[in-house]
Design a protein around this ligand. Structure first.
Ligand SMILES: [Cu+2]
Length: 144
């Protein structure tokens, strides 16, 4: 009768252990990657606080009153390790001469006034295909 080998796990157990460790590493990496996208809005006035990440705008519709200034705070959830644009995003309001850049993990706050009711396209054109990427687009709905 041979002595059980306790110093070295059997090859089959080692394979199982390898896959368990690999699974944990993959799950952790996935959780880290998804973290910005899973954070809830958690504010009382969601229309004026926008979150931007590689996953897009949250929310992507903002409401304003014609002729009244709208103050927008943009929270950039991405960090500078992003290879696409270095984690920077911007808020371009088409046709209005507004292009606000927000540094990684920073918040930019600014105000603008739209005089005419209607829908105005905004987008980020620094990363991820910019304006052509539906996730990088949103709209300001101006009510009369
Ligand atoms: Cu962007």
């Amino acid at each position: 009768m041979s002595k059980p080998n306790i110093t070295k796990p059997a090859p089959r157990r080692r394979t199982l252990l390898f896959w368990l460790v690999a699974l944990v590493v993959i799950l952790l990496a996935g959780a880290l990657f998804m973290r910005p996208y899973l954070q809830s809005a958690g504010n009382r006035n969601p229309g004026t606080v926008l979150r931007i990440s590689m996953g897009g705008w949250q929310p992507n519709v903002v409401y304003a009153k014609a002729g009244q200034p709208l103050t927008v705070s943009i929270v950039n959830l991405d960090n500078s390790l992003h290879s696409d644009g270095g984690g920077w995003h911007n808020f371009v309001l088409e046709g209005q001469g507004i292009d606000q850049r927000i540094a990684p993990e920073q918040t930019g706050t600014f105000s603008f006034t739209l005089k005419k009711p209607g829908e105005y396209l905004f987008y980020c054109d620094i990363c991820c295909g910019g304006k052509d990427n539906p996730f990088m687009r949103g709209k300001v709905v101006v009510e009369g």
